[in-house]
Design a protein around this ligand. Sequence first.
Ligand code: GYE
Length: 306
Amino acid sequence: CGSKDDSTGSGSGDGKIVLGFSQVGAESGWRTANTKSIQDSAKAAGIELKFADAQGKQENQITAIRSFITQKVDVIAFSPVVTSGWDAVLKEAKDAGIPVILTDRAVDSQDTSLYVTFLGSDFIEEGKKAGQWLVDQYKGKTGPVSIVELQGTTGAAPAIDRQKGFADTIAADPNLKIVKSQTGDFTRAQGKTVMETFLQSTPKIDVLYAHNDDMGLGAIEAIEAAGKKPGTDIKIITVDAVKDGMTALSEGKINYIVECSPLLGPQLMDVVKQVKSGGSPEKRILTKETTFTQEQAKTELPNRQY
Ligand code: GYE
């Protein structure tokens, strides 16, 4: 049909660009919204999407990427569950002449020619925003503030960076102390379980910082079950701003949410098209994001689609 997009790759036989996408899994509300965004925008852009769910396992992602290479897809995109261990498979894609786009999460590969671009949020910045809110809350106050932290998936870029950005920022106030920090794997179930152990082992908890809404929501169940009031007895800061998180924020159970947008689909499809037509996108494409207080959540909630 004469389109410049069907010049290479196996294509689908009808000139459509074929995109292989390896998703982390379905661990959170953020992830579900991200998957929908990618599927909807591939459809809208007329791109054939081969979608693989890795169920949180790196080995499944590697298998999926190898299968995309065998199928000679035009472009591969993926959201790496952890940062390390990708060099070999990325090299295989490169040798096969298939461009790779990192979506949402980064890899730690030294050789940046192994991928075309990295599209997603600045997780360090998110951690800093969370920390800054806390520093501002306790400005001018005295006495130790005891903080517990629910980390995301161990070794995942958002867990590493949200921890670092937060820790660096709260260092400005020596009263702010992280007394417990453990992974809750970005899920509601583990957020609840780990918070239960925190509550049992730590008599005084002033603040909970959870690396995503889902873990925060699980923790709220544990806090309520322990007879405490989330948002009042324990201040809660989370990241994402999915609908359930924003609802809890507007109800006063969460105190502050740092937004991380899952709606990466439209930008991803633009980059796929650009790459396929021989263009070279920016090496780093950042997502625009904001933060929400309880009052702001009330205003924003009716507009939240996810
Ligand atoms: O914050 C969390 C999800 O990689 C930014 O993964 C993403 C994170 C998101 O499970 O909810």
